[in-house]
Design a binder for this molecule. Structure first.
Ligand code: URA
Length: 202
């Protein structure tokens, strides 16, 4: 197992676990604070992400950056990554075997960043993290406690751009979900209570 994100990213840079490796310009590993309290997980790199090597730099990324700022966060305060780290051709959906091949990179990233909060953007990330065939419109905005982390699914920003735009009900929903993220981040972090203290020895 890699002991740092840099090590993991350099191992991923030569990955050939699935067919997406054949068409990529580069692996788009992730960006942001390696010890962020919150990680945002999208679907997969698009055209601009593949060229620049950074997730969420195109139109959907600009909307993500705006939503982050609305809750007082910069991109550098959070960690941003994707379910698959190579661009699917023509921006098609990632296939199940591609997601499966890429999941160890996501698991490794989660272990190393160890965020308290995970925000899944859209169906693909939500299904991978909840490990259930859910629909994003049913679960968005809810809180799931999974392995000591709070998971908050919301719409993918691209769904807003391809749907009703920034005055749509989907945009209102994503804003409300980001407000939930802010609230969760503002909650006091539970301090582990030492066994002696629990037993009343202090
Ligand atoms: N959409 C995604 O899911 N991820 C990106 O990095 C860009 C667009």
């Amino acid at each position: 197992m890699s002991t740092s994100l840099e090590e993991l990213a350099s191992a991923a840079a030569t990955c050939t676990r699935c067919r997406l490796s054949k068409g990529r310009t580069q692996v788009v590993f992730g960006v942001g604070d390696p010890h962020a309290g919150v990680m945002f997980i999208g679907e997969g790199p698009g055209y601009y992400e593949d060229k620049q090597g950074e997730p969420f730099v195109g139109a959907a990324g600009q909307l993500l950056t705006k939503l982050l700022r609305e809750i007082g966060l910069e991109r550098s305060d959070v960690y941003i990554t994707n379910v698959v780290r190579c661009r699917p051709p023509g921006n098609r959906d990632p296939l199940p075997d591609e997601i499966e091949a890429c999941t160890p990179w996501l698991t490794g990233t989660l272990e190393l960043v160890a965020p308290r909060v995970i925000v899944t953007l859209g169906n693909f990330a939500t299904r991978v993290i909840l490990d259930r065939a859910v629909s994003i419109s049913r679960v968005r905005g809810q809180r799931f406690e999974i392995q000591g982390r709070t998971v908050i699914p919301t719409f993918h920003p691209a769904a807003i751009l391809h749907g009703g735009g920034e005055s749509s009900s989907q945009m209102a929903a994503i804003r409300s979900d980001f407000a939930t993220v802010r609230r969760v981040l503002d909650e006091p972090v539970p301090v582990p209570v030492a066994a002696e203290e629990q037993l009343g020895l202090f």
